[in-house]
Design a protein around this ligand. Structure first.
Ligand SMILES: Cc1ncc(COP(=O)(O)O)c(C=O)c1O
Length: 480
C-alpha cells in the first residue's frame, strides 16, 4: 500500500514531481526508491570515474573486493575489541607493507591504516616534530621539500611547522640534492622527498637527497631524518623498479606514507603510515583502545573509520602477492608508455614523464612544443566534451610560467582505452586548429575539475622570502 500514491511509475510519484529539497532540513519523508532515484539521477552529471585521468585514486575493483566492502559496511575499525579479526588483518597488512619497504624488523615495527595519504603524511610529520622536540629542539620547527601535494601545506599550517619548499629552476622539476643543504638548519624536523610527484608523476631522488644529508651531517653535525611521501610510488617501485633504493634501505628514512586507495589498488579511503622501527614513533602520539581484554595502540586523527578499506586492502595483498601486483602494475605502465608514444607521435607535445617505471609512476605528463593556436587549457576543455577528464595546470613556483598536462593511468585502463583517448585527442586538436578560439581559456576558467586546492586565506608573508632570505612555500596549486 502506498498511501494513495501511484506505485506503477516511479517518475509519476509525488516525491519526484517536485524539486528535491535543496535547503533547510526536509520536513517530509519520501519512499526510499524515490529518494534513491533522485540522488542517482542527480549524479548523472558527475564525470565517468574511469575516464577521470586527473585522479590518482582507484576507479576499478573486482567483484570480490566489492563483496568484501559490502560485507564490512557496518564495521568501525576503531572497535578493535568488537572486531578483532579486522584489527588482525590491519596488523598483518602493516607487517606486509613494512616488509615490502624493507623495514629492518617488519614484525616489530609500528604502522597504521589511515583514511589516505594526507592523514598518513600528517602522522609522519607529527612524529618527526615530536622526535625533534625530544632531541631538545626549540624555536620554530621547519621541514624541507620540493613541489608537494597540498596535504603538506595543510600539515604546515594545521600543526604550526614552517614549510621550506625549494623552488623549481629551469628544467629541474624535482627537489635537487644540491639544494638541500641551503634550506636545512637545526630546526629542520625532516626532509620530505615525494616519490611520485603529484605535478609530473616523476620520482624525486630519495637516495641522492639521503647522500646530501649525509654530507651535511659530516660538515655540520646536523642529523636530519627523511619522511618519504610515497603516496603513489610506494606500491609501484617495489614491483616494477625493485632496484630503485628509496625506502627503509636508506637509514635516514624514518617513516613513509602511501595511499592504499591509489596504486595500492584498495577502494577509496585507505592509506598507510609506516615507521622504520617502533622507536621512531614517539609514545606520546599513541592512544590505546581495548582489544581482546588488553589494549591495542592506535595513532590516527579520526576515531571512527570504516573497516572495509583495510579488509579489502588485505584481500588485495593475499590475492595478488608480489607477482600479481607486478603483473597488474606493469600492464598499467605498458598502457602509459603506449599513450606517451602516441602523444609524442602527434608532434605537438614534449613529454615530461613517459611512463618509465624507473623514473616515475604510471602517469604521462607533457607540455606544448612552442607557440600553438590553442593552449593546454583549451585542449583539456575540448577533451572534456568527449568525457575525458585530464588536468592542465601551471607548474609550481618558480616555473609557474609553464603549463603542463598530466594523465594518471590506473588499474582498469587498457590499451584500447589509450587508443580511444588518442583518437579523441587527434579529433580535438584538429578542431582547435580549424576553429582557433579568439581568446584562450585561463587556468582559473579551466581549473574547475583538476582537484586544485589552495588555502582560502594566505598566511601573511606567504610567498615572500623568509628571514634567511630563502624562498618560502610558493606552490600555487596542488592536485590530488
Ligand atoms: C604525492 C602525494 N601526496 C599526498 C597526496 C594526498 O593523498 P590522499 O589523497 O590519499 O590523501 C597525494 C594525492 O594525490 C599525492 O599525490
Amino acid at each position: 500500500m502506498t498511501g494513495g500514491l501511484d506505485p506503477d511509475d516511479l517518475y509519476a510519484m509525488p516525491g519526484i514531481k517536485r524539486p528535491a529539497p535543496h535547503q533547510g532540513f526536509p520536513e517530509r519523508e519520501i519512499f526510499p526508491d524515490v529518494a534513491y532515484q533522485i540522488v542517482h539521477d542527480e549524479l548523472m552529471l558527475d564525470g565517468v570515474s574511469r575516464m577521470n585521468l586527473a585522479t590518482f585514486c582507484t576507479t576499478w575493483v573486482d567483484d570480490q573486493a566489492r563483496r568484501l566492502m559490502n560485507e564490512s559496511l557496518d564495521k568501525n575499525i576503531v572497535d578493535k575489541d568488537e572486531y578483532p579479526q579486522t584489527a588482525e588483518l590491519e596488523k598483518r597488512a602493516v607487517r606486509m607493507i613494512a616488509d615490502l619497504w624493507h623495514s629492518p624488523d617488519p614484525a616489530a615495527t609500528l604502522g597504521t591504516s589511515t583514511t589516505g595519504s594526507s592523514e598518513a603524511a600528517m602522522l609522519g610529520g607529527l612524529a618527526a616534530k615530536w622526535r625533534w622536540r625530544k632531541r631538545g629542539g626549540t624555536g620554530t620547527p621547519n621541514f624541507v621539500c620540493g613541489p608537494v601535494q597540498v596535504c603538506w601545506e595543510k600539515f604546515a599550517r594545521y600543526f604550526d611547522v614552517e614549510i621550506r619548499q625549494i623552488p623549481l629552476r629551469g628544467d629541474r622539476l624535482t627537489m635537487h640534492p644540491d639544494d638541500i643543504a641551503d634550506y636545512c638548519d637545526e630546526n629542520t624536523i625532516m626532509v620530505v622527498p615525494t616519490f611520485g610527484q603529484t605535478f609530473t608523476g616523476v620520482y624525486e631522488d630519495v637516495a641522492g637527497i639521503h647522500q646530501a644529508l649525509d654530507d651535511l651531517e659530516e660538515k655540520t653535525g646536523l642529523n636530519i631524518p627523511i619522511h618519504v611521501d610515497a603516496a603513489s610510488g610506494g606500491f609501484l617501485a617495489p614491483f616494477c623498479a625493485p632496484d630503485l633504493v628509496w625506502d627503509f634501505r636508506l637509514p635516514r628514512v624514518k617513516s613513509i606514507n602511501a595511499s592504499g586507495h591509489k596504486t595500492g589498488l584498495a577502494p577509496l579511503g585507505a592509506g598507510w603510515a609506516i615507521w622504520r622501527t617502533a622507536q621512531d614513533l614517539p609514545k606520546e602520539l599513541i592512544f590505546n583502545v581495548d582489544y581482546l581484554g588488553g589494549s591495542m595502540a592506535t595513532f590516527n586523527l579520526n576515531f571512527s573509520r570504516p573497516g572495509g578499506q583495510v579488509i579489502t586492502q588485505y584481500y588485495d595483498f593475499i590475492r595478488l602477492g608480489r607477482t600479481g601486483y607486478g603483473r597488474v602494475q606493469n600492464a598499467i605502465y605498458a598502457a602509459a608508455q603506449h599513450l606517451a608514444a602516441g602523444l609524442a607521435g602527434l608532434g605537438l607535445f614534449e613529454l615530461i614523464h613517459d611512463g618509465d617505471p624507473k623514473r616515475g609512476i604510471t602517469a604521462v605528463s607533457w607540455k606544448l612544443k612552442g607557440e600553438q593556436v590553442f593552449n593546454l587549457y583549451d585542449f583539456s576543455d575540448r577533451l572534456r566534451a568527449r568525457g575525458w577528464l585530464i588536468a592542465a595546470y601551471p607548474l609550481p613556483a618558480d616555473r609557474d610560467d609553464e603549463t603542463i598536462m598530466r594523465t594518471v593511468l590506473r588499474h582498469g585502463f587498457t590499451l584500447d582505452m589509450a587508443d580511444m583517448l588518442l583518437a579523441d585527442m587527434v579529433r580535438c586538436l584538429k578542431q582547435l586548429k580549424a576553429h582557433p578560439l579568439t581568446t584562450s581559456l585561463t587556468s582559473a576558467e579551466a581549473g574547475g575539475f583538476t582537484h586544485n586546492a589552495k588555502a582560502a586565506v594566505p598566511l601573511s608573508g606567504d610567498g615572500d622570502a623568509d628571514t634567511n632570505g630563502k624562498a618560502k612555500s610558493g606552490a600555487g596549486k596542488a592536485k590530488s
